[in-house]
Design a protein around this ligand. Sequence first.
Ligand code: 5AD
Ligand code: SF4
Length: 450
Amino acid sequence: MSDTTQDTTKPAPKKLFIKTYGCQMNVYDSERMAEALGPSGYVEVGSPEEADMILLNTCHIREKAAEKVYSELGRFRGLKDEKPDLKIGVAGCVAQAEGEEIMRRQPLVDLVVGPQSYHRLPELEAKARGGARALDTDFPPEDKFEHLKARPKARRAPAAFLTVQEGCDKFCAFCVVPYTRGAEVSRPAERILAEARDLVERGVREITLLGQNVNAYHGAGADGGGDWSLARLIWALNDVDGLERIRFTTSHPNDMGDDLIAAHGECEKLMPYLHLPVQAGSDRILKRMNRSHTAESYIRLVERIRAARPDILLSGDFIVGFPEETEEDFQATLDLIEEVKYGSAFSFKYSPRPGTPAAERPTVDPAEADDRLQRLQALITRQQREVQDSMVGGEVSVMFEKPGRREGQMVGKSDYLHAVHVAEADVAVGDIRRVRIVESGANSLAGALV
Ligand code: 5AD
Ligand code: SF4
């Protein structure tokens, strides 16, 4: 049936719903997936009920990640019964890890695509539309980013992510990343700079460089003089007019080069915030985790970073209840936290990931692990509050990102990555202004424009 009042050469757009789990890299990847499917006629929508295609961009880091994906998929059965043309896809790290198993276990799934194959989405979608099931979890040698060009001229929020490297060669004994994201690969600096300039043209003023092991970055330099380090890349971004703030995450202590430490003291656009996971404070456990650093070497590193940038705010990741962790080992983690003083942290109860070395080892009593997690989180919360409370009366610079919940309120991020809200602020989204902190709350600061 054709609609005679409209241009029949242009089919109605198909609707795409992407649900994103996990880290910022998945947020970045979901944006690129939406853009990759644009030429196939897709526009993004906000709910699965409206969609012609649902993509789950999954994360494998958390406990029972795969089981959660299967139960989420099961919930789409009703939608598929109502709308037989609905296509369902699984992307991200669970797709990479489980691959054909997903196809076997869940007949609802039409498409499975691993993180290195997103540029092939249009072909996979076409195959799925044709009625076949499509699977791509290869690690193709070509650079997927080259095929995932951002849509021209679409305006962007003032803060954006930009992936500069993927994968990891560290093989921490608990972690699936080296298996799901593969070996460490850095993008050439020239492409990153071009993407940064493009983001700035579209209104972006703050860029967070992303990588599973971002400070191991060693991409082809933009000056023909060999590979660049992350610090060299940051210095080049520092020269991009219109870009005001640079951040990067996540870093490994062993890749914190002298030039990167120095950049924290000297590079004016590099923000005074560093996410530097240590995972544990007991050398015995760190060794069992295959972390290749000690608590002592980490603390010395923090001292050097603070010597370069005294006001830097540190955050970390911690795992409690790693196999064989004793109360004494756990105390060493608390001691390390006391010594370092974090501005914020993520903490997790260890849970085994199939295929990783630690998964074969005897686990700690779950009630004991719960108790340790609570004690660790209480300590971190206390430190977080101390840092926040000490900021009251002082000034920070805030980039405003969106209106707040209350009328007239605007919310943004401080240079230290605190959420800051200002009542009755006469500012626009993207403005960077000095703000005096007047109050410290549980998860945010209240301020007034200076
Ligand atoms: N169990 C618990 N936490 C984990 N993480 C990674 N793998 C596991 C696991 N098997 C945590 C680490 C890492 C963060 C992203 O997730 O702390 O830094
Ligand atoms: Fe996983 Fe990070 Fe260790 Fe790499 S460095 S294996 S990403 S925890």
